[in-house]
Design a protein around this ligand. Sequence first.
Ligand code: NAD
Length: 312
Amino acid sequence: MTTARLLDGTAVANQIRAELRPAVEAFTARTGRPPGLGIILVGENPASEIYVRGKLKSAGEAGLRADIERLPASASLPQLLDLVDRLNRSEVHDGILVQAPLPASMGEDAESRVFDAVSPEKDVDGFHPVNVGRLVQNRATLVACTPSGVIELLERSGITIAGARAVVIGRSNIVGKPMALLLLHRHATVTICHSRTVELAKRAAEADILVAALGRPAFVTPDFVKPGATVVDVGINRLSTRASVERLFAAGSKRLDDFDRRGSITIGDVHPSVAGVAGALSPVPGGVGPLTIAMLLKNTMTAAMARAGWAG
Ligand code: NAD
């Protein structure tokens, strides 16, 4: 049984952060202030708290200014839009991030209304329709962090994208669609699969590069994978019962030990046995996750330079 080469997202993220440092220092020296990121967090979602803490810490370590603006879960949509407006007008904030999900009480279209309200120049998540439109036309400056992190991981790991047959499972605005566009712009032949795709495993098994972004734990099994293919696992799923972990990992394995210590583990959308078929595979954790944060810092730097009138 072959074992796939691991695509080390942590190492690539560290590389990107190291490359950013001189740019952050030069910006700070020249403008008298560091590039600034404003993060809006509404309510007390525990997963969001963890993500935001990670983003604040990484931004601080990179020499960026990062502020968190909190609103209670009871806040209204107009209050949130006011806060976005204040950050849009702030001189010291180059990037704005509104942590999803928003409380359900804000209404079904709250997320898109809030993302639309962020100034496109400060839209470091790349969710604003103007930035999405630019991405479609292959002239984007601010692109969604997770898919652009996947591209960095592939390119810096020496995976050839041009001419490759790429399959993306998932068609969300945040991951699947921008992922497919980024691969297309790098000259892959791209298929987007989703919950209504017929013969999903068969379509996936045509891929030289398979990106799994569907949010279903261990869904992508070896029959989805062409031998030797590169598999990128974007999924983040929490397993919190021992039985669910035992179904995937053998007794005595590190992941089962992790579960026994912590009471839960994070796994991706790709089944562990895919490592025996794929040529290269990004792990969860330690794959795409760290890159998402690195790309957020990079986007903040890009936004800061553009606001200062400097070329990227
Ligand atoms: P989403 O729920 O918005 O979209 C999921 C997509 O998968 C949908 O387009 C749907 O059509 C497709 N899908 C769902 N079930 C399917 C099935 N059975 N067969 C085929 N397709 C199916 O999710 P999202 O926001 O795109 O996130 C996807 C995953 O990536 C989640 O696990 C999420 O936690 C993770 N994620 C990770 C990062 C990171 O930093 N690593 C960032 C964002 C999202």
